[in-house]
Design a protein around this ligand. Structure first.
Ligand code: FAD
Length: 377
């Protein structure tokens, strides 16, 4: 019987892995890809939707368009994972695998931050971004807080990007003089792996009068008093809160017994879990790299190469390098880039590329190339 590869989650990791296996083996790929959603949305599209730069429907990439030889897409919700038996139960049925790849991303633990649900102002989910799109026009004066509720969180630059894009949004409406912007982050600098990027961001904040509160996180909100509490007990008043919820693996992963401290530990070179034939890629795993689509994609490529090599009887490929380039919105249409390499053994310092229109065009191409590759659009 042909090898059965079950890929859980059709995000950056699952889409890339399935695409490579389809390209390599065609109709014989033997991949089943499962996702509870009916469309993929790039993480950064949430910022576009929130600030009114894109329509919600325009950023949805329906899985109906993900048509690859040898890949069966199932729109099902996974309810149980048995990593020892490599058996997965969904709301529709049971699926057995020879190779199981968990790519279910990071979920949000709203309950971990009392008051966050009541405040209803997070921008990390599609629903949250669409909701804030309606809320933002009602903010005309006072203090906006972009607040992170816990680390690790997806896309470390995103809170800084949100603060800078909010500055633009208010400036364009002639409201910036009536508003304060504060950014609360649990790191000492905006992007710790890249001191140059952090310095550029801090300079951008200073130029725009954005206050950066380092090494703190938001632990609770009181929506009736419009106050957030930080981890040292300090209270900050807000008129608009843009929140980043605490993250953890989806419940089905936590209940499977695979997670330790909220995520699945893996070998950072092979992405293998402690269970034979079971891998975890992307945000759901603890790898030693930031939680970002570009890293999920890179990890998926390594697992694909391992599957291909073992099917062909070739030597196992070189391990995961933890290399990626990610884009950082600086506002005014300018985008910077960080090139980072986590596992090369050299001293870790992400190289910063100065924000420019050229890099903004490169980011557009990044999105367009994935749309074309995965969704044939
Ligand atoms: C505001 C914001 C901006 C961002 N900007 C960038 C950026 O510029 N660059 C970048 O690289 N990254 C960015 N990211 C991060 C990026 O979106 C994620 O890191 C990336 O999507 C992770 O990929 P993944 O494959 O691990 O998981 P995801 O892409 O999250 O995919 C996981 C999939 O699993 C599915 N799933 C979960 N539970 C179940 C279940 N029980 N049953 C069935 N299916 C399930 C989900 O529906 C989802 O489709 C951003 C994120 C945010 C929130």
């Amino acid at each position: 019987m042909a090898e059965r590869i079950l890929v859980l989650g059709a995000g950056f990791g699952g889409l890339e892995l399935s695409t490579i296996l389809s390209e390599t083996f065609g109709d014989d790929a033997g991949v089943t890809l499962i996702d509870a959603g009916d469309a993929f949305v790039f993480g950064y599209s949430k910022l576009d939707v929130m600030f009114g730069h894109a329509e919600p429907d325009a950023v949805r990439l329906p899985y109906a368009d993900f048509a690859k030889p040898g890949v069966q897409f199932l729109h099902e919700t996974i309810t149980e994972i048995d990593p020892e038996a490599r058996r997965v139960t969904t709301d529709v049925g049971v699926h057995e695998a020879d190779v199981l790849v968990v790519a279910l991303g990071a979920d949000y633990d709203f309950e971990a931050t009392p008051g966050l649900v009541e405040a209803d102002n997070e921008f990390y989910s599609v629903r949250g971004a669409e909701h804030l799109r309606e809320v933002l026009p009602t903010f005309t004066q006072g203090t906006a807080i972009v607040g992170v509720c816990g680390a690790p969180f997806k896309c470390p630059p995103a809170p800084s990007e949100a603060a800078l894009l909010l500055h633009d949004y208010l400036t364009e409406r002639g409201l910036r003089g009536d508003c304060e912007i504060t950014l609360v982050m649990p790191f000492s600098t905006p992007i710790p792996p890249s001191p140059d990027t952090s310095a550029a961001l801090l300079e951008a904040f200073a130029e725009r009068g954005i206050e950066f509160v380092a090494e703190h996180r938001v632990v609770s909100l009181d929506a009736s008093r419009r106050v957030v509490a930080l981890d040292d007990g300090t209270e900050l008043s807000y008129d608009l809160f843009l929140g980043v919820p605490k993250h953890r693996a989806p419940n089905v992963v936590l209940e499977s017994g695979m997670a330790v401290d909220g995520f699945i530990p893996v070998d950072s070179q092979t992405l293998a879990t402690e269970f034979p034939g079971v891998y975890a890629v992307g945000d759901v795993a603890t790898v030693g790299v930031p939680k970002a689509g570009v890293f999920a994609e890179g990890a998926a490529r390594v697992v694909a190469e391992e599957i291909i090599a073992s099917r062909r009887g070739d030597d196992q490929p070189e391990g995961y390098g933890g290399r990626a380039s990610y884009y950082v919105e600086f506002g005014a249409g300018l985008v910077g880039r960080v090139d980072v390499d986590f596992f090369s053994g050299r001293k870790l310092t992400g190289t910063f590329r100065t924000p420019s229109l050229e890099i903004a065009a490169e980011k557009k191409h990044f999105g367009a190339s994935r749309r074309a590759r995965w969704f044939d659009r």
